[in-house]
Design a protein around this ligand. Sequence first.
Ligand SMILES: *Cc1c(COP(=O)(O)O)cnc(C)c1O
Length: 380
Amino acid sequence: MNFSTRCIHTQTRFADPVGSLVMPLYMTASYAHDSLGANGSHGDYDYSRLQNPTREALEDTVRDLEGGIDCLAFSSGMAAIACLMELFRPGDEIVTSWDLYGGSIRLFDAVTRKNGVKVQSVDTSDLDAVARLITPATRAIYVESPTNPLMVVSDIRRLAQLAHDNDALLVVDNTFLTPYFCNPLKLGADVVVHSGTKYLCGHNDVVCGFVVTSRQDVSDQLRYLIKTIGSGLSPFDAWLVARGLKTLPLRMERHQQSALAIAQWLQGNPKVTQVTYTGLPDNPDHQLCLRQGTGFGGMVTFRVDTPETARRVLENVHLILFAESLGGAESLITYPLTQTHADVPADELAQKGIDGCLLRLSVGLEDPQDLIADLQQALA
Ligand SMILES: *Cc1c(COP(=O)(O)O)cnc(C)c1O
């Protein structure tokens, strides 16, 4: 079956006594048992921290879309990444992308390092630079592609090869492209993480996260960890995300079409000094995106001439909302300097070019001409 069909039908493979088309919402904390089984087992369901049919239906859909052997749904993207980090022990080393979602940087700095794991960051689009940081203690390479907010793309096939040559895992945060545009596991990655809050949910109404893996050992460890830590997604949120997933292909196509139109329009505005959208044919990562996927997504990063212009844009957009997050029906504009990257040290921000002139736009599902008109009046 093709991708769009699988978005809709994977979840319906279950036996329901009344023939419900949609996986019902099992709002229960616990499950009653008929008997004490011979081997001490009471059936498949004990307690919703461990198992819940609604959450499992969602996990199975995301597992299928990413092409993994297992998927776990978490109460947020950060809960997913934090659980994944519990695979590592004091003395282990991880190499991460240099430009990452600010919350991931905070997690690695404040929690992972405290737990004795050495985390080093580097431009993962430079394979030699990654290779130089690898030691016998390296357990994983962790990349975001494209990165947030600078949209740098890494070569996933070559990073997977490098990781495997060194007995390490390749982890890819696939939040921006989603399995509709890119399947890192099929390119050799071992683990995919998602902030499902973004495109997978798609409606700006749930916070959730996923880990998908192609490896049985990682799946076994994560199943044990999620049951122990208890950061699984609530059944109600799982039900909403499963509903959102059915339109993922339609939404991604529209996000992408509108993002290209807006990126092209921004390029012609005199107050805009730089537009970074991998879907623009002259973007340096355009061809790499096409070699490892089928599209570019709906995120556009741009620079304006002065911090005052940036402030005016944030204050004067009407339709586009000045808000954190991305990937939903509503277009959102973000100021990385004071929002997603507020906790990143000043010298690091300066090095990366995350300054007062940088804006990040999540192009929503509104009519693109209305979005352009809104940007036009805000930039006037
Ligand atoms: C939002 C985001 C996260 C964190 O996910 P939450 O659902 O907000 O916890 C991680 N990675 C990327 C790329 C994100 O955009």
